[in-house]
Design a protein around this ligand. Sequence first.
Ligand SMILES: CC(C)(COP(=O)(O)OP(=O)(O)OC[C@H]1O[C@@H](n2cnc3c(N)ncnc32)[C@H](O)[C@@H]1OP(=O)(O)O)[C@@H](O)C(=O)NCCC(=O)NCCS
Length: 168
Amino acid sequence: MIIKDNIDIAHQMEKEIFPHYDAYNNYLDTFKKDSNNDFWIIEVDNTYVGIAGLYSFKKYPEDAWLGWFRLLKPYRNKGYGSLALKMFEEKARKRSFKYARLFTNRYDNDDVKRFYEKHGYTEEYYELESEPASLIYPISIYSKSLIEGETVPKWNNKDIHFTKQVRK
Ligand SMILES: CC(C)(COP(=O)(O)OP(=O)(O)OC[C@H]1O[C@@H](n2cnc3c(N)ncnc32)[C@H](O)[C@@H]1OP(=O)(O)O)[C@@H](O)C(=O)NCCC(=O)NCCS
C-alpha cells in the first residue's frame, strides 16, 4: 500500500509511469481521515513493477474503481498485469463491492482495451454534457460483476467527476 513511508518512491514511479499526468494528489488524498481509497505499489521478487489503486464514490457504494493502473514498460506482457487486476478484484470482493469498474482512453488504446475485454470487462462510452472533459478526451468505462453468474448493470453516464480529475 502507498503510505507516508513510501510516498516518495511511489511519486518517483508515478512520474516515470505517467509522464503526462499527476496522480500524486490522489495518493495524498488517501491519507485523509474520511478516505476509503487505497493505492499500492505492485512488487514482483522485491522489484517495483507498477502501481494500482482502488477508489470509490460514497454515493455509489457497490462500485469499486480501478485507479491509476500501470506497469513500467519492461514488465508488461509477462502476465503481471493480469495478476494485479485479479488482486484488485479480490480486494474489492473482500470489501463487499459488487462491481469492478475503470475508465480508459477510448481511442488509440486497442491493446489495453483488449486486455480488459479478455478479463471479462464490457465497454460503454462516457459522455456527459456536464462533464466537459468527457467531450474533449473521449473515454470508455469498463465494467465487470464481482459476483459469479451476475451481469453488471451499465454505469449509464453517472457523474464520475472526470473533469475535476483532469484538472487535479
Ligand atoms: C494494461 C497493462 C496494465 C496490462 O498489463 P500486462 O502485464 O502487460 O498484461 P498481461 O501480461 O497480463 O497481458 C497482456 C498480454 O501479455 C500476454 N502474456 C501474459 N503472460 C505472458 C508471458 N509470460 N509471455 C508473453 N506474453 C504473455 C497475455 O496473453 C496478453 O496478451 P493478449 O492480450 O494478446 O492475450 C499494461 O500493459 C500497462 O501498464 N499498459 C500501459 C498503461 C495503461 O494504459 N494502463 C491502463 C490504464 S487504464
